[in-house]
Every structure is written in C-alpha cells, then in structure tokens.
Design a protein around this ligand. Structure first.
Ligand SMILES: [Ca+2]
Ligand SMILES: [Ca+2]
Length: 374
C-alpha cells in the first residue's frame, strides 16, 4: 500500500497491517498537521471491496476530556463507500484514522484431512464406521459438505466434523468445504469398505476315510477362525480334517471373520459307518434371470429323496469357494449371495447338498447373471 500525494505533508504518518482472519487491510494514519491532508491511496496486492470502515479520532491538539465532558475527544466509527484499489481520502486536521478496507476473498478452502475410524481389519471396517473431516482456509471455513454414496450434500458447521457411514459394502464419501465468502473448494473423495457379512463355510464328508474337511471364505476382512462342535458339545477350533469314528455324528460348523462377524452355524449329519444311504436329487433355480450389481441374488433349492424328506444344509459354491449356505426346511431352502461378491458377468455356480443320516449328497448347476446397475 502506498500514498501518493503531491507536496505530501511530512506530518502524515502511517502503519499498514493485514488482519489474517478477515483479510482486511487496516491503515492507521496520523495527521499531525493543523490542516486536512487529502491523499491518494493505492493498494496493489489485494482486491479492495467498495465499502469499508473508518474509526477516527479528530480534535485540536489542545482538546482534552474532562469530567464534565468526558467524550470531547472520542473515536467515531462510520461506514465508507467508494473504496477501490486507487482512491482519494482526506485525513482531518490533527487526527488519528483507522481505515479498514475489506479485500475480496478469491481463495476457496481446502479439505486437509479425511480419515476413517472404527474397528478395522485388512482395510475393512465394522458397521458403522466414522469419517472425520477437516478443512482449512486462508480466512475462515464456514462449513463442510459431505455426500455419501452420491446422495445429497449434508452440511457440517465449522471446519471439522464427523459423518457416520453404515451398511455392508463399499461406500464413496465426497467432501468439500465452503468459506465465509461462499467460495466452494474442490471435492475430495474417499472410499470406505464396511464388512458386515460373516464368512461362509463349506463342509465335505469323505465316506471312505470318514473324515470331514471345512473350508471358509470371507469376501471382506477375511476369515479369523473356523470352529466345530460334535453332537452339541463345546465349540472347538478347526485346524485340520476331522476323522470320525464308526458311529453316526452330528457336526456343527461355523467361521468368524476378523471383525468378529459370526456365521450362523451349518450342520452335517454324518451317518454311521456301513449305513446304506438313499439317493437324493438337488434342483436349483435363480429367482430372476439377472440381478443388478448391488442387489442380493437368490437361488431356490429343492432337495428330494425317495420315501422321505432330506434334511441338512445346502451350500452355494463358486469352484471350491463357499458363497452361501442354508438349512433345508421341508426339503427346501433359499441361498442368498450379494452380487458385489460375484461382480458383473455370468457366473456358473454349484449348489451342493451335503446329505444327512439317511440321504446321500447331491448337487445341481446354476448360472447367476449380474448386470451393471442403472
Ligand atoms: Ca477463502
Ligand atoms: Ca466378512
């Protein structure tokens, strides 16, 4: 900031400061002269708004405040207009003037931090997770705006805030900040994966070796452990295939993922050695010709056997990986699999019936078609 006055009075003294919080430029000007001084004010390093504020103390050098007249010499504040980057201003005789010039804020705020907190494993979070957001501005952040999964912008007052993200799957979180002038900053995106789905375990019984093997899969945080129990006993960690005796056994099995989601247990009825099992027939059909990505695909299963109704568990398999299982009720069950586990495309899958104490296992092929959402 400069003053440019022909024949400038040497009695005009000035100090210029900048208020970082508001961006205001404040010129403190002292006119020692007994005459008003008219001067040209030039500002080159900021864009000056038309209106400003003047706080002025003007009086003759001999003037004093007395008990009778305590406000004889007192500062007067008023609004001024017509300011620009180059304007004329007259400083009264024997005065102190604080000329507060508002400058234009052309700098939008910046989102400085987006962090996720919650129970985490392998970059997946338990349901729900909390997203913490912070922003900075050259002057002042007015508020934050957050949109989850392409929804409407939510407003969080101030420069920091938290947003809860809930529901199984990958979520997109978009964050931006707005300053006191209304400048809107750039969008900063983040992705939050929430794993609220327990693992799925497949049991396989080898009739000749009389052994049971358990394999689990989890599409999110991963499998922490597999457990089993025999005939309703205590849950035991599974580490290797179980070799059973000749007697019939009921084996329950389940897995727990790294976020603590416990699978509803499946059950395998192992027949006694030498028992001749009857044949079963498994028939599987999808409930729709295709599913949009994000939906849950459903497969209806019916298991039939001669002279009775098969019981036990059916498992949906993608190769060796179990995707879902369900317990038969009246020989029927519905298998459900989130399409995000499969991805877009046609997926040839197998529905496997494990058998029970009366019926041998059987299986059927089914194709699940997943298409992109609208
Ligand atoms: Ca700003
Ligand atoms: Ca999981």
């Amino acid at each position: 900031m400069t003053y440019d006055q022909a024949g400038a009075s040497e009695k005009l003294f000035q100090v210029v400061t900048r208020d970082r919080a508001t961006g205001d430029i404040v010129a403190k000007v002292v006119n020692n002269a007994a005459q008003p001084v008219r001067t040209q004010v030039e500002v080159t390093d900021a864009q000056i708004e038309p209106t400003g504020t003047v706080l002025q103390l003007a009086a003759s050098p001999s003037a004093t405040n007395t008990k009778a007249d305590p406000n004889n010499v007192a500062p007067v504040e008023r609004q001024v207009s017509g300011l620009s980057n180059s304007f004329q201003y007259e400083f009264p005789a024997s005065s102190v003037t604080f000329l507060r010039m508002h400058t234009h804020d052309g700098v939008p705020p910046v989102v400085s931090e987006v962090s996720v907190s919650g129970t985490e494993a392998n970059n997946w979070y338990a349901d729900p997770a909390t997203v913490h957001v912070e922003a900075t501005d050259d002057r002042q952040v007015d508020h934050l705006e957050v949109a989850v999964d392409g929804g409407a912008w939510m407003t969080l007052p101030g420069s920091t805030g938290d947003v809860q993200v809930a529901g199984d799957g990958l979520h997109t979180v978009a964050v931006r900040a707005v300053d006191a002038t209304g400048n809107v900053g750039e969008i900063r995106p983040a992705v939050v994966g929430i794993d609220a789905t327990p693992p799925v375990t497949k049991a396989a019984f080898d009739e000749d070796a009389r052994s049971v093997s358990l394999v689990s899969a989890d599409s999110g945080s991963g499998v922490d452990r597999i457990e089993y129990r025999l005939d309703g006993g205590a849950w035991t960690a599974y580490t290797q295939p179980l070799v059973l005796g000749d007697a019939a056994e009921t084996l329950d099995y389940r897995a727990v993922d790294r976020l603590g989601s416990v699978e509803p247990f499946g059950r395998l009825d192992v027949p006694a050695a030498g028992v001749h099992l009857l044949a079963s027939v498994t028939a599987a059909t999808t409930t729709a010709s295709s599913y949009q990505l994000g939906q849950v695909a459903q497969i209806r299963v019916r298991v039939a056997g001669s002279g009775g109704t098969p019981t036990g568990v059916v498992t949906l398999l993608d190769g060796e990986t179990a995707l879902a299982h369900a317990t038969l009720v009246d020989g029927q069950a519905v298998l459900k699999v989130p399409t995000r586990t499969l991805g877009v495309g046609s997926h040839p899958l197998v529905v496997s019936y494990a058998g029970d104490a009366t019926y041998d296992g059987s299986s059927d092929d089914v194709v699940v078609k997943v298409v992109k959402g609208k």
